[in-house]
Design a protein around this ligand. Structure first.
Ligand code: HQG
Length: 180
């Protein structure tokens, strides 16, 4: 039985963003899962969880990855999905510059194609360099790219801010990217 909260949180990310079918869970069109069914499924997968542990994970999660609805009967991930759900995010004007952390091995391809959202719904951008660097480190030797988000937005490209502070947009054309 897994009791490590980070491991439980990673498993929650898997089921709430990518593979709900792992525990026979169904997300609604806006990405919400039934809290009770989630708990039952996660328990069956051999993770130690109940409503109190789940509330604690949602509250203490370092990136605020999850959110309950008002009466705690539903839960969803704030961003990062690969499954087809509509989070109904509101458009928002971004700051002039945002950052994207990636691995140096991706640079040649990014110079050629720009930033592509890959399997997720959006390209993920951060408002500070440090966060972007940490994101990049997940993929290898990190490099931080500067994105001219203000210019993109002025030229008609939409931006969204997730509930946990991640800036999201469609693919980023190479002309808006500053390489070091
Ligand atoms: C790269 C984490 C080659 C892109 C983080 C990235 C984030 C290209 C990778 C969130 C490319 C996709 C998302 C191109 C993009 N050629 N490589 N043309 N365009 N890439 O994991 O942004 O901890 O889907 O640079 O904090 O790394 O899960 O995206 O390296 O917010 O909550 O393709 O995941 O949050 O990787 O991370 P990902 P990401 P959590």
């Amino acid at each position: 039985m897994t009791t490590d909260k980070v491991k439980i949180s990673k498993f929650l990310s898997l089921v709430l963003r990518h593979k709900p079918e792992t525990i026979d869970l169904v997300l609604d069109e806006n990405g919400w899962a039934d809290t009770e069914l989630l708990i039952q499924g996660v328990q069956k997968a051999n993770y130690s969880i109940d409503i109190d542990i789940l509330k604690d994970i949602v509250k203490s999660n370092n990136k605020q990855r999850f959110k309950f609805n008002q009466d705690f009967s539903k839960i969803r991930a704030n961003q990062g999905h690969s499954v087809n759900v509509d989070l109904k995010l509101e458009q928002k004007s971004p700051p002039e510059i945002l950052f994207h952390g990636t691995a140096t091995k991706n640079i040649d391809s990014i110079k050629q194609h720009g930033l592509l959202k890959q399997s997720r719904h959006h390209v993920h951008l951060s408002s500070d360099k440090e966060t972007a660097k940490n994101v990049g480190m997940r993929h290898g030797n990190p490099i931080v790219l500067e994105i001219q988000s203000g210019k993109m937005n002025a030229e008609g490209i939409d931006f969204y801010l997730s509930e946990n502070g991640v800036w999201l947009t469609e693919n980023v054309d190479v002309k808006y990217i500053k390489f070091e």
